[in-house]
Design a protein around this ligand. Sequence first.
Ligand SMILES: [Zn+2]
Length: 289
Amino acid sequence: MQKCTIEAVDREELTENHFIGLHEVMQDMWASETWLGELAQCNDCGKMLSKENVFWHLSEELIQRKVTNIMQILWIDSVPCAICSSDNTRLIYGPDNIERIKSRILDSVDSFIILCISEKQEIVGFNEGYIDSLDRIFQLDLHDQYKDIGLPEIKQRVEKALGYTPKEILSMSTMGLLRPYRSFQNLFKMIHEYALVLPESRLWMPGIVEYDRGGVTHRMNADVQRGISLGIEDDPILRAKMTNAGETYNWDLIVYPDVVAMQKDFFSKDIRHYFRMLKKQSTSKQIIQ
Ligand SMILES: [Zn+2]
């Protein structure tokens, strides 16, 4: 396991290099088959290409590097299609994504960014959160998958779960860590730093997040028992309306009535505190039952 330092960075302190670094980690994360396997799409045969499809011939050591590093080493600026060998492909997250990330961070009502920095001073992971109106969060974070389900349906479910219409909501968006740095300790540290950076003044603010049901963070959500699933993926009619979601896509859109308080309760101290909180939770639940 390689070492990295994990710390919160104020959005005013972010430089162009930070935005590029965030883009590179994001691109790599989605490109890998352990996530969505979306590195590029072939314009000729339409096939979606994963990092492993394109770079299958590389050594284990080399394929663990970021896509941008691999492309620099191979001296290429587009990737070939693994199916039809065409060079006419487009990167799903190309360099234009840098501007998108920048505007997301700088134009939101508030942003919370945790960075994992390697010993070589490169960004190797991040955790992000944004405060915005639900309308804006829908456009920026949910539109790709939920556009045919529509904002009114999501809004109605959020209102039902919370019991009111939130003016602003915290979108917990994405969290990513390159493979050589992936460990439960690092993951926990990222969530811990995030819990510390969320403002006390927003303790009762609601949150929205989409979890991969197979992932560690979804399991942690189930353990803390504070999130409410919107039930979209469990409704066959709505599930059928999801776009850009493959058959194996099994995520869960969840709202938290008090996301900042929840984060601080569970993650503002060390791992032992977290496990003690879980134990307390299951004990109090038994008493209620
Ligand atoms: Zn092709």
